[in-house]
Design a protein around this ligand. Structure first.
Ligand code: GTP
Ligand code: MG
Ligand code: NA
Length: 333
């Protein structure tokens, strides 16, 4: 326990926003992957988690952090992507409820849209701190791209017309946010990060502004929630998703927000005919896949207590599973 006293865990960050604002593309840019183009119709249909190690954050924010002023002392960022399609509101709700901080993505060319407003309501309800990524700045007419440059530097290099169009659109969106009861301003003008929402202009295509976004997220989590991120050795898990994997059977994806799981740990889930036990197959760093059969048993909880093991309650799992298949059907229809 002592060894863990000064350790911070990775903040859990949930990306929310209206469909096609660029949530997955921003994540693709950060992790140098290409998930978005592989998605059916380019639409995210599930919640997914990505671990971004702190070294990646250091590398990507180098243009901002040359003096090494900001000490990065979280092990990394665990980022959760959610779908923006209107039929997935349960996944957005789930994602936003388990995260420490959220990135709300708004399309600079579209402003606030229905699921932007839905997301704002979720964030307010959960009192979740968040930043806004004002994405697709490269779509401003006449924009000249400077790949991966921080926002203020690339903005300086733009023509007067681009600067004016940006300012107009940005101010309009700040006004729309004010209509939702939110005080927001560009992040480098923000004098009170606790009261005012920071807005970071980004492009997931050119990577401009992405260093600013990553830096801001780390700064905010380190400054505002050191206590919340302090590592404790009590297991805290949230079930993200249930799915059937070939060779494993029914599995659940969980987000581990506190404590440690080790290879060989015994996991127990309540089942219809009693507890279902499973052993952890490999040493997980941030996410775990557990194999089990979905069943429910009302006595399982007591039995687990007696055995002194961790229980993932199956009602959450059922709820998610039902909704998830229903939503998939809705999307396909
Ligand atoms: P859902 O998961 O379906 O809600 O969408 P999303 O928010 O994840 O958006 P996605 O990453 O799928 O991007 C939607 C479309 O916008 C894709 O065609 C992307 O290539 C495009 N796009 C995303 N970010 C940018 C950007 O910064 N600039 C430009 N020009 N296009 C972008
Ligand atoms: Mg997506
Ligand atoms: Na999309």
């Amino acid at each position: 326990k002592n060894a863990l006293a000064n350790e911070l865990r990775s903040p859990i960050i949930c990306v929310l926003g209206h469909v096609d604002t660029g949530k997955t593309k921003i994540l693709d840019h950060i992790r140098k992957s290409n998930v978005q183009t592989g998605e059916a119709g380019g639409i995210t249909q599930q919640i997914g988690a990505t671990f971004v190690p702190i070294q990646t954050v250091k590398d990507r924010t180098e243009c901002l952090n040359q003096k090494g002023k900001l000490e990065l002392n979280v092990p990394g960022l665990l980022i959760i992507d959610t779908p923006g399609h209107e039929s997935f509101s349960n996944l957005r709700s789930r994602g936003s409820s388990l995260c420490d901080l959220s990135i709300l993505v708004i399309d600079l060319m579209h402003g606030l849209e229905p699921q932007t407003i839905e997301s704002i309501k979720l964030l307010k309800k959960g009192k979740t701190p968040f930043v806004v990524a004002l994405n697709k700045i490269d779509r401003l007419y006449g924009w000249v791209a400077h790949d991966n440059l921080n926002f203020t530097a690339t903005m300086k290099k733009q023509t007067e017309n681009v600067k004016i169009e940006f300012k107009d659109r940005c101010n309009q969106i700040l006004g729309q946010l004010a209509e939702q009861g939110l005080n927001a301003c560009l992040y480098h003008e923000n004098k009170d990060i606790r009261k005012t929402v920071s807005v970071v202009p980004t492009s997931a295509h050119t990577g401009e502004g992405i260093p600013d976004l990553m830096m801001l997220v780390v700064q905010l989590t380190q400054r505002m929630m050191a206590e919340r991120l302090a590592f404790v050795d009590i297991l805290q898990c949230t079930v993200l998703e249930v799915k059937v994997l070939l060779g494993l059977g029914t599995t659940i994806d969980v987000i581990l927000s506190q404590g440690k799981l080790r290879e060989g740990d015994q996991i127990v889930v309540s089942g219809l005919d009693g507890p279902i036990t499973s052993q952890l197959q490999h040493d997980p760093t941030y996410a775990v896949i557990l194999a089990f059969d979905v069943k429910v048993d009302k006595d399982a909880q007591d039995m687990c207590k007696e055995m002194g093991v961790t229980l993932f309650t199956a009602d959450i799992i059922y709820h998610l599973f039902d909704n998830f298949t229903a939503h998939l059907a809705a999307i396909k229809a």
